[in-house]
Design a protein around this ligand. Structure first.
Ligand SMILES: [Zn+2]
Length: 289
Protein backbone atom coordinates (compact mmCIF):
# COMPACT_ATOMS: atom_id res chain seq x y z
CA UNK A 1 0.00 0.00 0.00
CA UNK A 2 1.25 3.46 -0.83
CA UNK A 3 2.25 5.36 2.27
CA UNK A 4 0.50 8.60 2.85
CA UNK A 5 2.65 11.62 3.61
CA UNK A 6 0.34 12.66 6.44
CA UNK A 7 0.89 12.08 10.13
CA UNK A 8 -1.20 9.48 11.88
CA UNK A 9 -3.38 12.02 13.62
CA UNK A 10 -4.18 13.58 10.28
CA UNK A 11 -4.83 10.26 8.60
CA UNK A 12 -7.45 9.27 11.12
CA UNK A 13 -9.72 12.10 10.10
CA UNK A 14 -8.35 13.54 6.91
CA UNK A 15 -9.41 17.09 6.39
CA UNK A 16 -11.40 17.60 9.54
CA UNK A 17 -8.54 17.48 12.01
CA UNK A 18 -6.45 19.62 9.72
CA UNK A 19 -9.09 22.28 10.08
CA UNK A 20 -9.78 22.06 13.75
CA UNK A 21 -6.57 20.92 15.36
CA UNK A 22 -3.61 22.01 13.36
CA UNK A 23 -1.95 25.36 13.76
CA UNK A 24 1.04 26.61 11.84
CA UNK A 25 3.53 24.18 13.44
CA UNK A 26 1.57 21.22 12.16
CA UNK A 27 1.46 22.66 8.68
CA UNK A 28 5.26 22.79 8.74
CA UNK A 29 5.43 19.20 9.90
CA UNK A 30 3.28 18.08 7.01
CA UNK A 31 6.03 19.18 4.66
CA UNK A 32 8.61 17.03 6.40
CA UNK A 33 9.68 13.63 5.04
CA UNK A 34 7.19 10.79 5.09
CA UNK A 35 6.94 8.71 8.23
CA UNK A 36 7.39 5.21 6.90
CA UNK A 37 5.57 3.26 9.59
CA UNK A 38 3.00 4.44 12.03
CA UNK A 39 2.53 1.38 14.20
CA UNK A 40 2.99 3.67 17.18
CA UNK A 41 1.34 7.07 17.12
CA UNK A 42 3.67 10.05 16.85
CA UNK A 43 3.67 12.44 19.80
CA UNK A 44 0.48 14.41 20.08
CA UNK A 45 0.56 18.15 19.53
CA UNK A 46 1.65 19.93 22.69
CA UNK A 47 -1.82 21.34 23.15
CA UNK A 48 -3.27 17.82 23.28
CA UNK A 49 -1.13 16.54 26.11
CA UNK A 50 -2.14 17.41 29.62
CA UNK A 51 -5.78 18.37 29.12
CA UNK A 52 -7.73 16.72 31.90
CA UNK A 53 -10.96 14.97 30.98
CA UNK A 54 -13.21 12.48 32.69
CA UNK A 55 -16.71 11.12 33.06
CA UNK A 56 -18.10 13.09 36.00
CA UNK A 57 -19.71 16.52 35.91
CA UNK A 58 -16.37 18.26 35.89
CA UNK A 59 -14.64 17.78 32.51
CA UNK A 60 -17.27 15.15 31.63
CA UNK A 61 -18.35 14.04 28.14
CA UNK A 62 -20.61 17.05 27.54
CA UNK A 63 -17.62 19.36 27.98
CA UNK A 64 -14.93 17.43 26.06
CA UNK A 65 -15.36 19.42 22.87
CA UNK A 66 -14.59 22.69 24.62
CA UNK A 67 -11.67 21.50 26.76
CA UNK A 68 -9.13 21.79 23.93
CA UNK A 69 -9.20 22.71 20.25
CA UNK A 70 -7.79 19.24 19.62
CA UNK A 71 -10.95 17.75 21.16
CA UNK A 72 -13.33 19.84 19.04
CA UNK A 73 -14.80 16.82 17.26
CA UNK A 74 -16.09 15.54 20.62
CA UNK A 75 -18.47 18.49 20.53
CA UNK A 76 -19.18 19.18 16.87
CA UNK A 77 -18.38 15.92 15.07
CA UNK A 78 -21.18 14.47 12.98
CA UNK A 79 -19.86 10.91 12.94
CA UNK A 80 -19.32 10.11 16.61
CA UNK A 81 -19.40 6.95 18.75
CA UNK A 82 -20.92 5.21 20.59
CA UNK A 83 -24.41 4.97 19.12
CA UNK A 84 -27.68 3.30 20.05
CA UNK A 85 -28.02 -0.03 18.26
CA UNK A 86 -31.21 -1.90 17.44
CA UNK A 87 -31.20 -5.69 17.33
CA UNK A 88 -32.03 -7.59 14.17
CA UNK A 89 -31.16 -6.88 10.56
CA UNK A 90 -30.15 -9.16 7.75
CA UNK A 91 -26.64 -10.28 7.06
CA UNK A 92 -24.63 -9.22 4.04
CA UNK A 93 -21.80 -11.23 2.53
CA UNK A 94 -18.93 -12.01 4.88
CA UNK A 95 -16.10 -9.60 4.24
CA UNK A 96 -14.57 -9.63 7.70
CA UNK A 97 -12.19 -12.20 9.12
CA UNK A 98 -10.45 -12.53 12.46
CA UNK A 99 -7.04 -14.12 12.68
CA UNK A 100 -6.49 -14.04 16.41
CA UNK A 101 -3.94 -16.13 18.30
CA UNK A 102 -2.24 -16.52 21.64
CA UNK A 103 -0.30 -13.61 23.04
CA UNK A 104 1.75 -12.41 25.96
CA UNK A 105 0.26 -9.31 27.50
CA UNK A 106 0.59 -6.38 29.86
CA UNK A 107 -2.22 -4.82 31.89
CA UNK A 108 -2.32 -1.08 32.58
CA UNK A 109 -4.66 1.16 34.51
CA UNK A 110 -4.58 4.42 32.59
CA UNK A 111 -5.34 7.60 34.43
CA UNK A 112 -4.95 10.04 31.55
CA UNK A 113 -4.36 10.18 27.82
CA UNK A 114 -0.73 9.65 26.91
CA UNK A 115 -1.04 9.80 23.15
CA UNK A 116 -3.65 9.60 20.45
CA UNK A 117 -4.00 5.83 20.65
CA UNK A 118 -4.20 5.35 24.40
CA UNK A 119 -7.51 5.59 26.17
CA UNK A 120 -7.40 7.26 29.57
CA UNK A 121 -9.56 6.09 32.47
CA UNK A 122 -9.61 2.41 31.64
CA UNK A 123 -7.96 -0.94 32.18
CA UNK A 124 -6.01 -1.52 28.97
CA UNK A 125 -4.32 -4.73 27.85
CA UNK A 126 -1.45 -4.44 25.40
CA UNK A 127 -0.85 -7.52 23.26
CA UNK A 128 1.89 -8.77 20.97
CA UNK A 129 1.54 -7.98 17.31
CA UNK A 130 0.30 -10.82 15.15
CA UNK A 131 -3.45 -10.95 15.66
CA UNK A 132 -5.29 -9.34 12.79
CA UNK A 133 -8.68 -8.40 11.48
CA UNK A 134 -9.22 -8.30 7.74
CA UNK A 135 -11.85 -5.89 6.50
CA UNK A 136 -12.70 -5.80 2.82
CA UNK A 137 -9.17 -6.87 1.95
CA UNK A 138 -7.37 -4.52 4.35
CA UNK A 139 -5.42 -6.02 7.25
CA UNK A 140 -5.76 -4.35 10.63
CA UNK A 141 -3.42 -5.38 13.45
CA UNK A 142 -4.73 -5.73 16.99
CA UNK A 143 -2.91 -3.24 19.23
CA UNK A 144 -4.71 -3.36 22.55
CA UNK A 145 -8.03 -3.93 24.16
CA UNK A 146 -9.70 -2.13 27.03
CA UNK A 147 -12.98 -2.09 28.91
CA UNK A 148 -15.87 0.23 29.57
CA UNK A 149 -18.36 -0.27 32.41
CA UNK A 150 -21.21 -0.11 31.65
CA UNK A 151 -21.24 -0.62 27.86
CA UNK A 152 -20.91 2.41 25.60
CA UNK A 153 -23.08 1.12 22.75
CA UNK A 154 -26.63 0.45 23.83
CA UNK A 155 -28.76 -2.37 22.45
CA UNK A 156 -32.49 -1.70 22.12
CA UNK A 157 -32.13 1.22 24.50
CA UNK A 158 -30.24 -0.60 27.23
CA UNK A 159 -26.63 -0.59 28.41
CA UNK A 160 -24.96 -3.94 29.07
CA UNK A 161 -22.79 -4.24 32.21
CA UNK A 162 -19.53 -4.02 30.24
CA UNK A 163 -18.07 -3.58 26.74
CA UNK A 164 -14.63 -4.64 25.50
CA UNK A 165 -12.99 -2.63 22.71
CA UNK A 166 -10.47 -4.48 20.57
CA UNK A 167 -8.49 -1.67 18.90
CA UNK A 168 -6.85 -2.39 15.51
CA UNK A 169 -4.91 -0.22 13.09
CA UNK A 170 -3.94 -0.71 9.46
CA UNK A 171 -0.50 0.13 8.10
CA UNK A 172 -1.56 3.72 7.43
CA UNK A 173 -2.84 4.22 10.97
CA UNK A 174 -6.58 3.96 10.31
CA UNK A 175 -8.57 2.48 13.18
CA UNK A 176 -10.95 -0.47 13.25
CA UNK A 177 -12.49 -1.22 16.65
CA UNK A 178 -14.40 -4.37 17.53
CA UNK A 179 -16.87 -3.91 20.37
CA UNK A 180 -17.76 -7.02 22.36
CA UNK A 181 -20.74 -6.63 24.66
CA UNK A 182 -20.58 -8.43 27.99
CA UNK A 183 -23.47 -9.87 29.96
CA UNK A 184 -23.43 -11.46 33.39
CA UNK A 185 -23.12 -15.24 33.40
CA UNK A 186 -20.39 -17.86 33.51
CA UNK A 187 -16.90 -16.76 34.51
CA UNK A 188 -14.48 -16.10 31.64
CA UNK A 189 -11.08 -17.82 31.80
CA UNK A 190 -9.22 -15.10 29.90
CA UNK A 191 -10.61 -12.32 32.01
CA UNK A 192 -9.74 -14.30 35.14
CA UNK A 193 -6.10 -13.89 34.09
CA UNK A 194 -6.63 -10.14 33.77
CA UNK A 195 -8.42 -9.83 37.10
CA UNK A 196 -5.53 -11.68 38.74
CA UNK A 197 -3.08 -9.17 37.30
CA UNK A 198 -4.91 -5.87 37.71
CA UNK A 199 -2.51 -3.04 38.58
CA UNK A 200 -2.49 -2.03 42.24
CA UNK A 201 -2.94 1.66 41.50
CA UNK A 202 -3.94 4.04 38.76
CA UNK A 203 -1.06 4.76 36.44
CA UNK A 204 0.56 1.37 37.05
CA UNK A 205 1.28 -1.30 34.45
CA UNK A 206 1.68 -5.01 35.18
CA UNK A 207 3.79 -6.95 32.68
CA UNK A 208 2.59 -10.52 33.00
CA UNK A 209 5.32 -13.13 32.69
CA UNK A 210 4.64 -16.74 31.83
CA UNK A 211 0.95 -16.30 31.02
CA UNK A 212 -0.76 -16.14 27.64
CA UNK A 213 -4.17 -15.02 26.51
CA UNK A 214 -6.08 -16.89 23.83
CA UNK A 215 -7.61 -13.93 22.05
CA UNK A 216 -10.17 -16.10 20.31
CA UNK A 217 -11.80 -16.55 23.68
CA UNK A 218 -12.82 -12.92 23.63
CA UNK A 219 -15.02 -13.59 20.65
CA UNK A 220 -18.51 -15.05 20.86
CA UNK A 221 -19.62 -17.84 18.55
CA UNK A 222 -22.13 -15.97 16.43
CA UNK A 223 -20.49 -14.44 13.40
CA UNK A 224 -22.56 -11.34 12.85
CA UNK A 225 -21.83 -7.77 13.73
CA UNK A 226 -23.28 -4.29 13.47
CA UNK A 227 -21.06 -2.19 11.25
CA UNK A 228 -20.89 1.57 10.99
CA UNK A 229 -18.30 4.33 10.68
CA UNK A 230 -17.78 6.32 13.86
CA UNK A 231 -15.13 7.72 16.15
CA UNK A 232 -12.89 7.05 19.12
CA UNK A 233 -15.16 7.29 22.17
CA UNK A 234 -12.55 9.21 24.18
CA UNK A 235 -10.87 12.53 23.38
CA UNK A 236 -9.81 13.50 20.77
CA UNK A 237 -12.88 11.63 19.37
CA UNK A 238 -11.15 11.18 15.99
CA UNK A 239 -13.58 10.12 13.26
CA UNK A 240 -13.31 7.69 10.35
CA UNK A 241 -13.13 4.68 12.68
CA UNK A 242 -14.53 1.40 11.33
CA UNK A 243 -16.75 -0.05 14.04
CA UNK A 244 -17.90 -3.65 14.37
CA UNK A 245 -20.06 -4.39 17.39
CA UNK A 246 -20.55 -8.14 17.61
CA UNK A 247 -24.17 -9.22 17.90
CA UNK A 248 -23.51 -12.14 20.21
CA UNK A 249 -22.23 -11.39 23.69
CA UNK A 250 -19.64 -12.97 25.92
CA UNK A 251 -20.19 -13.64 29.62
CA UNK A 252 -18.21 -12.69 32.68
CA UNK A 253 -19.24 -13.59 36.21
CA UNK A 254 -20.74 -10.91 38.45
CA UNK A 255 -17.52 -10.85 40.46
CA UNK A 256 -15.37 -10.44 37.33
CA UNK A 257 -17.48 -7.55 36.05
CA UNK A 258 -17.28 -5.90 39.46
CA UNK A 259 -13.50 -6.31 39.48
CA UNK A 260 -13.39 -3.98 36.48
CA UNK A 261 -16.29 -1.66 37.30
CA UNK A 262 -14.94 -1.01 40.80
CA UNK A 263 -11.68 0.18 39.20
CA UNK A 264 -12.80 2.12 36.15
CA UNK A 265 -16.53 2.61 36.09
CA UNK A 266 -18.56 4.37 35.07
CA UNK A 267 -16.43 5.19 32.01
CA UNK A 268 -19.02 5.13 29.24
CA UNK A 269 -19.57 8.06 26.91
CA UNK A 270 -23.29 8.62 26.23
CA UNK A 271 -24.62 7.54 22.82
CA UNK A 272 -24.22 10.06 20.01
CA UNK A 273 -26.60 11.01 17.15
CA UNK A 274 -26.44 8.74 14.11
CA UNK A 275 -27.05 11.73 11.79
CA UNK A 276 -26.76 10.67 8.15
CA UNK A 277 -24.95 7.42 8.87
CA UNK A 278 -26.37 3.94 8.45
CA UNK A 279 -25.75 0.79 10.47
CA UNK A 280 -25.49 -2.46 8.54
CA UNK A 281 -25.30 -6.06 9.66
CA UNK A 282 -22.31 -7.96 8.36
CA UNK A 283 -21.42 -11.61 8.49
CA UNK A 284 -18.07 -12.66 9.86
CA UNK A 285 -15.77 -15.53 9.13
CA UNK A 286 -12.84 -16.55 11.22
CA UNK A 287 -11.24 -18.90 13.68
CA UNK A 288 -13.51 -18.19 16.58
CA UNK A 289 -15.33 -21.54 16.79
ZN1 LIG B 1 -13.09 2.17 24.22
Amino acid sequence: MKHSPLRLDLLVIPGLLVLVACGAPQQEERNNPVIDTVAVAPPAPVSARPVHWGYGEEAGPATWGSLSPVYALCGNGQGQSPIALTSGGTSSSPTWRFNYGNTRFAVAHHEHVEDLVDNGHTIQVTVEEGSTLTLNGTNYTLKQFHVHTPSEHTLDGKNLPMEVHMVHQDSAGHFAVVGVLVKEGKANANFAKLVANLPAAKGDTVTVAGEQLDLNMHLPAQEKAYHYVGSLTTPPCSEGVQWLVLQDMITLSKEQIEAFSSRVGPNNRPTQPLNTRTVSTVGLTGSMQ
